[in-house]
Ligand binder design. Structure first.
Ligand SMILES: [Zn+2]
Length: 442
């Protein structure tokens, strides 16, 4: 009798409160997940942040990994998930990655590269993971990537380092690797514009920068990317044009800038580039997460440092994409997406976290600003076994499973319907990012 009353009470309450969210998923959560996952796997993805390319290609990034840098557990070459990646992508017949067995994999890839000429090899990788197209965030584009499926995002940091960089290079072993590569990148942009030394006046330097942006856009560039957090703190002051001009005149002919002078000059150039991004319809991608290298300073590159720039109404016409969503500060980061022109990319979070943890990140984002979050893998030729191919696979697979799990919990907790969940999946995996590029990507 007492049990019967309780059951009736429960039914009455649950009937009345069908739309009220509850704090735990019900026993149906696994079934919902199993239903959602195949639907989510069918959605052709747009990868908003990746560095596709072969391991021996120096243009995969505008910087390079410093020697002997610590690797987080999941991106090490002994991650057993990489066996699954090799099986899915290449039909790998073994269940470990011993030196002897890994040779099979290398031979197989070489054989496929010979068979699939031109752009066909990397196209076939995207086909296997159901990615329609993927950003190629690279120093330059190679002839083995089809620009229709791999739209170019070029690097804009080097304009911040035109002067004598002796002091900058000496700050740490990591800067010793990074800063000379910035100089190299700047030289390449100068070569592109047929100049062999820095312009004599500041006005001409700014004109040169704008010309590179315009030319890169014509050559297929869809956005500019900053990885400035690797090179200096991401707190940007707001110096005047006159201040920056004075500093340019002081150092263009030589001399080592004081750290303060260099930062002030860079702060102006960064803001100039951000503004040009609005004028030229080139979204601005900014690395906003912890980074590789043991000297990467997380507190000085905290995503919230950028708040003074991205909440500045002067840049309302610029679209910002916060690459890596501020990880491990992704909880704060999602509130930056309250700005109409600010979007988050989830790449790297899905590689460095396992799906069980990444699911919670995605769920929190989906519950806050679901229309402002985009999918990316941060694919990169990390090492011999975790190449671009495998990191694409690991990133896509982790993101699709974490997404299905996050949405299944939200459905089971009465937050959203299953139909709405699939709309959110399409938005995150493809639609939201594609809309930012005004028909230039698919
Ligand atoms: Zn990246």
């Amino acid at each position: 009798m007492r049990i019967a009353i309780r059951i009736c009470f429960f039914i009455a309450i649950s009937g009345l409160c069908a739309a009220q969210a509850r704090p735990f998923p019900g026993p149906d959560v696994q079934q919902i997940y199993q239903r959602l996952l195949p639907e989510i796997e069918k959605i052709p993805a747009f990868d908003h942040h990746a560095h596709p390319g072969y391991a021996d290609d120096p243009d995969v990034d505008a910087m390079a990994a410093p020697p002997n840098a610590s690797e987080a557990m999941r991106t090490r070459d002994d991650n057993p998930e990489l066996v699954a990646a090799a099986k899915a992508l290449f039909g790998y017949p073994y269940s470990d990655l011993s030196a002897e067995h890994s040779k099979w994999l290398l031979d197989k890839k070489n054989e496929l590269k010979k068979q699939l000429k031109g752009t066909a090899y990397f196209d076939s990788i995207l086909d296997k993971i159901n990615t329609e197209s993927s950003v190629a965030n690279r120093a330059m584009m190679p002839d083995y990537l089809d620009p229709k499926r791999f739209p170019w995002v070029f690097f804009a940091d080097s304009f911040l380092w035109p002067f004598n960089n002796e002091r900058e290079t000496a700050r740490s072993p990591d800067q010793g690797v990074y800063i000379p590569l910035q100089k190299k990148m700047l030289d390449r942009w100068m070569q592109q514009e047929n100049i062999n030394k820095l312009p004599p006046t500041f006005a001409e330097y700014l004109k040169f920068i704008s010309q590179v942006l315009e030319d890169n856009s014509k050559r297929g560039g869809i956005a500019m990317k900053f990885e400035v957090a690797y090179f200096r703190p991401t707190t940007f002051s707001d110096p005047s044009h006159a201040q920056a001009e004075q500093l340019y005149q002081r150092y263009v002919g030589g001399g080592i800038p004081t750290e303060r002078d260099y930062r002030t000059f860079q702060d102006f150039i960064f803001r100039y580039l951000v503004e040009e991004g609005g004028r030229l319809h080139l979204p601005v991608h900014i690395h906003t997460a912890v980074g590789i290298g043991d000297y990467f300073n997380l507190s000085q590159s905290n995503i919230m440092n950028l708040e003074s720039v991205i909440r500045d109404p002067r840049y309302a016409a610029t679209i910002f994409v916060m690459i890596h969503g501020g990880y491990p500060l992704e909880r704060e980061a999602i509130w930056l997406a309250a700005m109409k022109n600010v979007y988050l990319d989830s790449s790297f979070g899905e590689l460095t976290q396992y799906p069980a943890a990444f699911k919670d990140t995605l769920k929190m984002w989906l519950e806050t600003f679901p229309d402002k979050i985009t999918f990316g893998t941060d694919c990169f030729p990390y090492n011999q076994v975790l190449g671009s191919e495998e990191s694409y696979w690991l990133g896509v697979r982790s993101s699709r499973t974490a997404l299905a799990a996050a949405l299944a919990e939200m459905i089971s907790e009465n937050e959203i319907t299953e139909a709405r969940a699939l709309e959110l999946a399409h938005a995150y995996l493809h639609d939201t990012a594609v809309k930012l590029y005004e028909g230039r990507v698919h």
